[in-house]
Design a protein around this ligand. Structure first.
Ligand code: ADP
Ligand code: MG
Length: 371
């Protein structure tokens, strides 16, 4: 009979890490969110071979305090040790979350899943920076003084190299995965006003090609123009809805004490032009309090209402749900991409009514240029 043995701690770490960093999108998401949390106003994302060889995010944010890696007793870099985070000190903090990161798991996971290093400098250190290399466990292996401006560069080389099945799967689907990452980065670039965002890729001999960029604009409208072009923007109308809906079911007795929820949706959406007009790109981005996320039920509601005005096209949707942090749960999936809205049914009913009104009030004549 086979003896039952404890799994090596290292393997446990790798398995758990594989739940936070599930694909290329989660790598980009975690690194970009760290840069935004650090108050960056420029963010550059660099890929090599569509991310298979390298995903690197450089920012001009606060940099990481040397307290986290200099003279630490256990010679461990706190930022990359599991559950070390500078953003959350107690469970209660979770309910009033305003930064993206809060679990201190991303960097630790990346150490287990790839060759990971960071170059970082705070304002007072520049033009000297520290290059930090990590062991698989997240412990600091080596620090080195290098030249560098204020900010942080996080480099992920050979993602999933220690999980061969996951790696092969990624190599097989790299085109599709890279496309998904770009869509996600479009969402971050468009929502992040006052941040100059650029994405570059090196494939074969075509080195460092700019894939897209924004100019540090004041408005999401200008960001959308940078990313998708002026043509796309001209097909859009402002999306501004104020919804109020009643909590339903057992939740009624919890938290909000039965008070109605209020939320504001802000963004841009295709005009409900009749006929076979210009194709709008099939781009749909949803955010909750400026955090990009998937909201499949909400997307379905938007598409249904739009269809009753225009059967031949899908709308471009850029919708930021600005709502009370206690009206949803972020902490439901390890990669924090799924957001659970409380009382989604009532919200959706109210949303459909408001959307219908918005489209009815919008100019429905086909622009001359499309006739
Ligand atoms: P979390 O974001 O949940 O705190 P992470 O593992 O993503 O956890 O990061 C751990 C810590 O490392 C962060 O709390 C932060 O202090 C630091 N850090 C990571 N990336 C950056 C960055 N780009 N700029 C400044 N600090 C960073
Ligand atoms: Mg983080």
């Amino acid at each position: 009979m086979a003896t039952i043995k404890a799994i090596e701690a290292r393997s446990v770490h790798q398995i758990q890490s594989g739940q936070v960093i599930v694909d290329l999108c989660s790598v980009a998401k975690e690194l970009v969110e760290n840069s935004l949390d650090a108050g960056a106003t420029t963010i550059e994302v660099r890929f090599k071979n569509n991310g298979l060889d390298l995903i690197e995010v450089q920012d001009n944010g606060s940099g990481i305090s040397p307290d986290n890696y200099e003279n630490v007793d256990d010679a461990a870099f706190r930022s990359a040790l599991k559950h070390y985070t500078s953003k959350l000190s107690s469970y209660e903090d979770l309910t009033s979350l305003h930064t993206f990161g809060f679990r201190g798991e991303a960097l630790s996971s990346l150490c287990a899943l790839a060759d990971f290093h960071i170059t970082t400098a705070q304002a007072h250190q520049a033009p000297r920076a520290n290059r930090l290399e990590f062991e698989i466990s997240g412990k600091l292996r080596k620090t080195q003084i290098v030249a560098g401006q204020k900010g942080t560069t996080a480099s992920v080389e050979g993602i999933f190299k220690r999980l061969p099945v996951r790696r092969r799967e990624l190599e097989k689907n790299i085109k599709r995965e890279y496309g998904k990452v770009l869509n996600l980065l479009h969402a971050y670039a468009c929502i992040s006003t006052d941040v100059k965002f650029s994405v570059r890729n090196t494939v074969g001999k075509t080195k460092n090609v700019v894939v897209f960029s924004t100019n540090g604009n004041r408005t999401t409208k200008e960001n959308i123009t940078n990313v998708y072009g002026a043509k796309t923007l001209s097909a859009l109308i402002p999306l501004e809805l104020e919804l109020e809906y009643e909590p339903s079911g057992p939740m009624r007795h919890l938290g909000g004490g039965g008070q109605s929820h209020q939320l504001v949706i802000k963004g841009h959406i295709s005009r409900p032009v009749f006929g076979e007009g210009r194709q709008t790109p099939d781009r749909q981005m949803f955010f909750v309090n400026s955090r990009p996320c998937g909201l499949p039920q909400i997307a379905k509601a938007f598409n249904e209402v739009y269809k009753s005005f225009n059967v031949s096209q899908s709308p471009f949707i850029f919708a930021d749900f600005q709502m009370d942090t206690n009206a949803y749960d972020v902490n439901v999936s390890p990669d924090k991409r799924t957001i659970l809205l409380h009382d989604a049914g009532a919200l959706i009913e109210s949303l459909k009514v408001s959307l219908l009104q918005l489209f009815e009030a919008a100019d429905q004549t086909v622009p001359q240029s499309q006739l």
